[in-house]
Design a protein around this ligand. Structure first.
Ligand code: SAH
Length: 360
């Protein structure tokens, strides 16, 4: 078995290509130290020691969708809703630029208040600042994606969440995997840098299904892949499905499993897509106080610090226990740079586009 893992790792390092069974074995392996070490080496070889920072502005928590796992879901009436006006979003981006960010990520629930016209105003206002811009505002029509792209948006982030259709339908009964895949194809067709990704540790999700997710991300191929562990929100149907009361110690154990499993998925992605951008996600740090640094040392090369006003942060509650809720945008910028330096890495001075390297 151990011999076999060594063979798989050797194949991954030499060819950057693995089949589903080989990925599955890496998801199961106990030789995680070797897996993480190799992923870290490949990261260094292909994308170097620079860490790209993306300033995340969570501009609205209204959502017309009703995903079973997400705290922003339409039917969560315990959440106080907010939206930030266009000119204030642009002001937040200006401040982020002053703190040294080169990329802005605009994220929200699916909020129809922001018409195409409003989005174009926001996008052009931010592009006038000479910043790279990522949108993460959910499923839109081809025409809408096209309008944002023409206004100057560079990248679009839409996680596939899971490629297992049965699981997808259980978690988002009103949505369809087919449409989400179509959205990702449309984004690609329009010339955006494509960001996608998955949630790891969803109830009912198998390792086989995560292996298929990884193959899917490579088949696109994505320019960026975000992997986040599932964290149960008490005001969503998932908490009723999972536990009727607060989590037992065994259930807490499962959440540390999903941290570890997310880390394996990050490492495997780095091995088979050596030059893409892979964020060390906020959800990983929620489950482990050093989560983002550990991810940066297991294949990741991007961090998305929060640049939302402190007043709104606590209401963007996708899942509970989000980090940095009481911190200001300037403090988050300062804090992350120190953390990055502590592991002998440095903050990139460029915009951090996906640069395709030769040799794979
Ligand atoms: N409306 C946008 C942004 C969604 S929020 C969109 O559809 O793309 C960003 C991400 O948070 C989601 O894509 C999902 O992967 C993640 N997320 C939602 N609920 C979560 C939970 N309970 N635990 C972990 N991650 C979650």
């Amino acid at each position: 078995m151990e011999m076999r893992i060594d063979k798989i790792l050797e194949k991954a390092i030499n060819t950057h290509s693995l089949n589903e069974n080989e990925i599955l074995e890496l998801l199961k392996t106990e030789k995680t130290d070797t897996l993480f070490l190799h992923a870290d080496e490949i990261r260094k070889k292909y994308v170097g020691d620079a860490v790209h920072l993306r300033a995340l502005i969570e501009f609205s928590n209204y959502c017309k969708q009703n995903c079973f796992y997400c705290g922003l879901r339409r039917d969560n009436s315990s959440l106080k809703r907010y939206r930030i006006e266009s000119r204030n979003i642009i002001d937040l981006a200006k401040k982020a630029k002053d703190y040294g960010y080169k990329t802005i990520v605009l994220q929200s629930g699916e909020d129809s208040y922001y018409t195409v016209e409003k989005m174009i105003t926001i996008i052009s206002g931010i592009k006038d600042l000479d910043l790279a811009l990522t949108l993460s505002i959910g499923e839109k029509t081809f025409e809408e994606y096209k309008a944002y792209r023409n206004a100057g948006a560079d990248r679009y982030l839409l996680r596939i969440e899971t490629t297992n259709e049965a699981l997808y339908n259980k978690l988002d009964p009103e949505m369809s995997l087919k449409n989400r895949m179509q959205c990702i194809e449309n984004i690609k067709k329009l010339g955006y840098e494509v960001g996608s990704g998955i949630i790891v540790g969803l109830p009912g999700q198998t390792l086989e299904s995560i292996a298929k997710d990884i193959i899917y991300l490579k088949s696109i191929p994505v320019d960026m892949a975000g992997i986040g562990p599932f964290i149960c929100h008490p005001d969503t149907p998932m908490s009723l499905i999972l536990y009727n009361s607060s989590p037992t110690s065994e259930e807490k154990e499962n959440s540390s499993d999903s941290f570890e499993l997310s880390l394996r998925a990050v490492a495997i992605l780095r091995l088979i897509m050596p030059d893409i951008n892979i964020p060390a996600t906020t959800a990983m740090e929620t489950l482990n106080p050093k989560g983002r640094l550990i991810a940066l040392q297991s294949g990741a090369n991007v961090v998305m610090p929060n640049a939302t006003d402190t007043t709104y942060r606590k209401y963007y509650e996708i899942y509970p226990g989000k980090i940095c809720l009481g911190d200001s945008p300037s403090y988050c910028r300062f804090c992350i740079e120190n953390k990055i330096k502590s592991i002998n890495r440095f903050v990139s001075t460029g915009k951090g586009f996906h640069i395709r390297q030769r040799g794979h």
